[in-house]
Design a protein around this ligand. Structure first.
Ligand code: ATP
Ligand code: MG
Length: 172
């Protein structure tokens, strides 16, 4: 999978991440600005935890990751009555990590698809490349983080990225 994504990356000149000391909340706010006016009919909420420690993050890469997740969330809610995206951040004390979650009220992800979503070229959409989540995975990997998908309550899905707290912030 890595090889496939790398192949695509080379083609599209998708740059490798260059993490720097950053505030995840600021990156989220920055990513949201890109969506101004593009999420018609969708309510977007943020629940950003205060006093989060810094992470090592490449601002452009993290914004790209959030954008890909929000695009998917919006597409998953096309036929939904309730259209709501929640972007939240929080501290995961047990793992010295900071969590970024994008939740939607869309169709959700079935159990058997769960494992395949992150593979390059896996798509259930007529015109999907299936690279959106593969790129997110690659970015998360570049940051030594993790990504998973869960059920959102009461409906929809929730994509959760964890990034390690920056060493500077852990020792502080
Ligand atoms: N929020 C979501 N809710 C439900 N299913 C999702 C969600 N996000 C992704 N998926 C599923 O995962 C598949 C892969 O997503 P991915 O972003 O990699 O590709 P895509 O969205 O199909 O294509 P592209 O990103 O190129 O538009 C989607 O086709 C869809 O089936
Ligand atoms: Mg996508």
């Amino acid at each position: 999978m890595r090889a496939l994504v790398d192949e695509f990356s080379a083609l599209a000149r998708f740059p490798a991440s260059r993490p720097q000391l950053a505030s995840l909340n600021q990156l989220v706010e920055g990513a949201l600005v890109m969506f101004n006016g593009r999420l018609e009919g969708i309510r977007v909420r943020t629940e950003l935890a205060q006093d989060l420690p810094s992470v090592m993050a490449d601002p452009e890469a993290i914004k790209r990751a959030v954008a890909n997740l929000v695009d998917n969330a919006a597409e998953a809610m096309e036929d939904a009555m309730l259209k709501e995206i929640t972007i939240s951040t929080s501290l995961v004390v047990s793992r010295d990590a900071v969590e970024l979650a994008v939740s939607d009220t869309g169709q959700g992800v079935s159990r058997d698809l769960k494992e395949r979503l992150f593979l390059p070229y896996f798509s259930t959409k007529q015109r999907g490349t299936g690279l959106g989540l593969a790129i997110v995975s690659r970015i998360v990997e570049d940051h030594r983080g993790s990504i998973r998908v869960e059920e959102n309550k009461p409906v929809g899905s929730r994509f959760v990225i964890e990034l390690p707290v920056a060493v500077e912030a852990v020792s502080a």
